[in-house]
Ligand binder design. Structure first.
Ligand code: AMP
Length: 394
């Protein structure tokens, strides 16, 4: 168990908090503030506890340069509105300078300040020790609440913990609780659903999950690489040529471990990779040579739905088809609905499956939706995330 802000005395102390304020922006205006809203519980807890709160985050990819279009000024403004209190913001090209240090040391208990985009400094993504020390000198303890960057060893996500005691905020606490419990201590039957286009990216996850799950459901573009490994014809479906052999090995490993791997039994195939193309439903062994599989078919939906219904824990990562195109979104929607109706603990990995669940309006029916795409995948791979490893154990 990792320490959280609740495990330490925060009153009168300077809390250096890493948030994920990497919000989508258009022409300097925030188009979706969910990441700021999600960070509020930890910030409010610290304010109410009488800490002096110093927030840091990255925004976009300024590549180590102080580029004005990536300033966190709009975030400071939005945060002030949401908190109903002033958020001190000093835009410094160096993130930390004398003015910033002075403002930080002038903070009163319960006051909040936001630093400029930490990626204005090249040292941030290189985990430069000097920058980490400069940041750490602003605080008395470090709170990591940015799960989306927890898989990166950057100065503001991990480096600062070389100089300050580190605890987690409520967002990371929740991610560790649900993702961690699902993988390490699942109620059984434990079912993992993997989808998406690239098998290559998901192989380490599949390998790790094969050691843990009772059933592994495969859908999306990666299914065709497994079909190829089984000697089936896949028409013009997406194929990860380099990983066909590995797919065969994974099928063998699953069999040896007594894990059931479910592949689609039918597919919705289209002539071209676009929504308004001619399409039809074909059994997996009758995919026409001039068509591509773009979604799981209705028979597959039935099989997968039944397995999900009987599961006690389900982890889902990656869409079942090209869900961005309405004609090929039915399989992904059906799986999302099956999860929503299930009484199992349902954990959705970040990225596309999270986006799909939101798109279908089913987000509040899931036990947990991870906020980090890459971070949740690495978690499911069983890797130690640097931004979590630095947090003190209870
Ligand atoms: P990934 O980044 O590997 O999780 O892949 C997500 C992407 O996979 C989404 O944009 C989907 O549109 C895409 N995808 C899912 N199924 C297929 C398919 N059968 N053929 C091509 N792309 C797919």
């Amino acid at each position: 168990m990792k320490k959280t802000v609740k495990d330490i005395d925060v009153k009168g102390k300077k809390a250096l908090v890493r948030c994920d304020f990497n919000v989508p922006m258009k022409d300097g205006v925030i188009t979706d503030d969910i990441r700021i809203v999600s960070a509020l519980p930890t910030i409010r807890y610290l304010i109410d506890g009488g800490a002096k709160v110093i927030l840091m985050s990255h925004l976009g990819r300024p590549d180590g340069e102080p580029k004005k279009e990536f300033t966190l000024a709009p975030v400071a403004e939005r945060l002030s509105q949401l908190l109903g209190t002033e958020v001190v913001f000093i835009s410094s090209d160096r993130v930390v300078d004398d003015k910033v240090k002075e403002a930080a040391s002038d903070l009163k208990d319960g006051q909040v300040m936001l630093l400029e985009n930490v990626r204005f400094r090249k040292e941030e993504t290189k985990n430069g020790a000097d920058f980490a020390r400069e940041l750490s000198e602003l605080g008395d303890f470090f709170v990591n609440d940015a799960f989306g960057t927890a898989h990166r060893a950057h100065a503001s996500t991990a480096g600062v913990a070389d100089y300050l005691p580190a605890v987690s905020g409520f967002l990371i606490e929740k991610e560790v609780k649900f993702l961690g419990n699902a993988v390490e201590n699942p109620k059984r039957p434990f079912v993992a659903i993997m989808g998406g286009a690239k098998v290559g990216d998901k192989i380490p996850v599949i390998e790790n999950l094969l050691k843990k799950v009772d059933t592994l459901i495969i859908g999306g573009g990666m299914a065709y690489t497994f079909f190829k490994a089984q000697g089936l014809e896949i028409g013009t479906s997406i194929l990860d040529k380099d990983n066909v052999n590995l797919a065969a090995v994974l099928l063998e490993k699953a069999a040896a471990a007594g894990v059931t791997i479910l592949l689609p039994v039918d597919c919705v195939c289209g002539r071209e990779f676009k929504n308004d193309t001619e399409f039809g439903i074909y059994p997996k062994d009758k995919i026409p040579s001039d068509m591509m599989g773009l979604d799981i078919g209705p028979e597959t939906v039935k099989v997968y739905g039944k397995v999900i219904k009987d599961a006690a824990t389900v982890v889902w990562n990656g869409p079942m088809g090209v869900f961005e195109m309405p004609n090929f979104a039915k399989g992904t929607r059906a799986v999302a609905e099956a999860l929503a109706e299930s009484s199992a603990v349902t954990v959705i990995g970040g990225g596309d499956s999270a986006a799909a669940v939101e798109q279908f309006g089913l987000a509040d029916k899931m036990t947990h939706i991870s906020t980090g795409g890459g971070a949740s995948l690495e978690f499911l791979e069983g890797k130690v995330l640097p931004g979590i490893a630095v947090i003190q154990d209870k």
